[in-house]
Design a protein. Structure first.
Length: 636
């Protein structure tokens, strides 16, 4: 209780008598008694001092107590929002009145309950709420918190609504949450493509919780099939349960997947090449890929490929490539070998097959087999056995080797065989000649290659053909042996890592690292090769060859429009180490770099989107000068 007393001054009374009673109204009036004290009743959480302070401007000690002041005080206290009811009355005293403010406080929140939430915890949702235990039950605050719960679900990629809020007489506030679940998934827009092509890529099942991020991932997977121009989604209310159910509609727009093309290519090895291609990326409407390619002029090659994305319902894929291809290769650059030319034609005929099995959402195991017949080159090297020299030029017999000599000499062990000079005759045989021996033969021996490969890859790229985020990792081990049908025995271990990071807008920073090493004695035609369009730009193709490989590529890609991108790049790497046997007895060809030596190429390029696919034009500068490179698609 708060009491305040008011007294009329004696001098005021005397002055009033002297003035004939004019001043008596200054102290009190029978109609408007003066406020002598203010008392607050019914409050529990809110202090009386706070309530009195709130009405201090309209209820003042010593001031008249009027109906207007009483109503103003009641409104002010109600506006505080803490009370269900407020009354302002008076109690008569001998001198003045006591103003009695009686309040009925709103219910206090004793506990907050959350019902129906499964993917978001109670603790997470309580952090979102404004209301707290001990607060008054405020309907407007509760309504705001209902919206905050719905918004928080949306921020986490889910859909939900609060179907009810219950407040008990004991102050327990319960939010009843209805989380949206998928009622059905429909696919719209298919013409040629089979329904199963899309549905097998979807991991959405009726009854599971709706999550926006999952929908985005599924849409991206369908788009990455490469057979649709556009893929989108539409979320609709459920039919059976409009409150909690949603229907996910996958909307696709098919594109032309059949392609017949005529193209020209150029490289410093092959010059101009005419490419005739016939391809279908949605063969039989099942997203199977089939193609036939023919290359003429600079090289002559034939190739047929087929890819089956789903051998079973688990997503096991199968690919096969049958080929008879020709490629102009470069000899080991910089080696201490004198030849008339440093390029030769390499022809490979055979078949490659692989099976890829998914092990997780973004990773697969790969099992491969290849069998290839590799031609030997017409590039001749000449060695003089016994004099320790190597020079070009010699007559060639039908077997590809030349034996000649004119002087007598001591017995020489050359790896070709010892000498038994015998007697000189008018028609001496090879064993009767005592002289240095000159041998000429192909320096790039061919042979039959057969190998099996075991590998594992992980792919988190957003769009494999034009990545802006994510990465790709591939590790493989290849075992080539006579046991699987080849002529050579060796093993190769290779690892590759690619990473992509969006730098703001459409700019992308891309990087690739490749490591490779060999075991056993790999032939020259299976050596690692660095240099050229797809490895080390600014250098000729096959510029560096060796039994080991280390390569780093970094690109900054800036899209100037939807059809044109500018690229700046830095390439660092080499193929190094090892010696490659030839058919010349006792002679092998060493790699130019015995150990790793970082060769650097820098340059700029353009990426142009065309109806036949993206075209890549690069101009690089290296240690040997500059090189222009032309190809299709991104380098990695």
């Amino acid at each position: 209780m708060i009491y305040a007393e008011a007294r009329c001054l004696v001098w005021v009374g005397i002055l009033g008598l002297l003035l004939g009673g004019i001043g008596t109204g200054a102290c009190w009036s029978q109609d408007e008694p003066l406020i002598a004290a203010i008392r607050v009743e019914g409050n529990d959480y809110i202090s009386a001092e706070a309530i009195v302070e709130e009405v201090a401007e309209v209820l003042k000690i010593g001031a008249p107590y009027t109906a207007k002041a009483r109503e103003a005080a009641r409104r002010k206290i109600m506006k505080l929002g803490y009370f269900d009811k407020v009354s302002v009355e008076r109690e008569q005293l001998a001198k003045g009145v006591v103003v009695v403010i009686t309040v009925v406080e709103k219910k206090r929140i004793t506990r907050i309950e959350l019902v129906g939430n499964t993917v978001i915890t109670d603790e997470q949702l309580r952090e979102v709420l404004f209301i707290r235990e001990g607060h008054v039950v405020d309907d407007s605050a509760i309504r705001r918190d209902v919206s905050r719960i719905v918004d928080y679900y949306s921020q986490q990629g889910y859909m939900a609504h609060v179907s009810d809020v219950q407040v008990t007489k004991f102050g327990v506030v319960t939010f009843v949450i209805e989380e949206a679940r998928i009622e059905d998934v429909v696919v719209e827009g298919l013409v040629r493509t089979k329904q199963e092509v899309v549905t097998r890529e979807l991991e959405l099942q009726p009854g599971e919780l709706f999550r926006e991020q999952t929908i985005v991932q599924q849409v991206r997977r369908i788009f990455n099939l490469g057979i649709f121009e556009n893929v989108g989604s539409d979320i609709r209310p459920g039919v059976e349960d409009p409150e909690r159910g949603v229907i996910v509609a996958i909307q696709v727009e098919e594109k032309r997947t059949g392609q017949a093309s005529v193209a020209f290519g150029y490289s410093n090895l092959d010059d101009f090449v005419l490419v005739l291609s016939l391809a279908e990326n949605n063969f039989r409407g099942k997203a199977e890929r089939a193609s036939i390619d023919l290359e003429l002029f600079g090289r002559t090659s034939y190739e047929a490929k087929f890819f089956e994305p789903y051998l079973d319902d688990k997503g096991t894929s199968f690919s096969i490539r049958v080929f008879d291809t020709e490629r102009r290769r470069r000899f080991v650059g910089g080696a201490a070998v004198t030849t008339a030319e440093d390029t030769f034609e390499e022809r490979r005929t055979g078949v490659n097959m692989s099976v890829s099995v998914p092990t997780a959402k973004t990773s697969r195991m790969k099992f491969g087999f290849r069998s290839e017949e590799v031609s030997s080159s017409f590039l001749q090297g000449v060695r003089t056995i016994g004099e320790g020299s190597f020079a070009p030029g010699a007559g060639q017999d039908s077997s590809g080797g030349v034996w000649s000599g004119t002087n007598l000499g001591e017995d020489i062990s050359s790896g070709v065989g010892g000498y038994d000079p015998g007697a000189l005759t008018d028609n001496p045989g090879p064993g009767d000649i005592r002289s240095p021996i000159v041998v000429a033969a192909p320096l790039h021996p061919g042979g039959q290659l057969a190998s099996i490969t075991l590998g594992r890859n992980s792919d988190t790229r957003d769009i494999p053909t034009n990545p802006t985020a994510g990465g790709y990792t591939d590790v493989s081990f290849e075992y080539a042996s006579k046991l699987v049908g080849g002529d050579v025995d060796f093993q190769k271990l290779m690892a590759e890592r690619r990473m992509y990071k969006r730098m703001g807008g459409r700019d992308v920073l891309a990087g690739r690292l490749i490591l490779g090493t060999s075991f056993g004695t790999p032939p020259l035609f299976e050596s690692y090769s660095v240099g050229g369009t797809n490895t080390l730009r600014g250098y000729k193709d096959d510029r560096f060859r060796g039994e080991n490989m280390l390569l780093l590529n970094v690109e900054y890609r800036r899209w100037l429009s939807d059809k044109l991108a500018a690229v700046g790049f830095v390439d660092v790497g080499s193929a190094y180490g090892g010696e490659f046997p030839t058919v010349v007895p006792g002679f092998s060809i060493p790699a130019e770099d015995a150990k790793f030596d970082a060769h650097i190429g820098v340059g700029v390029g353009l990426r142009v989107v065309t109806p036949i696919g993206p075209i890549r034009l690069d101009f690089g500068f290296g240690e040997d000068g500059s090189q222009a490179h032309f190809s299709f698609g991104h380098m990695f």
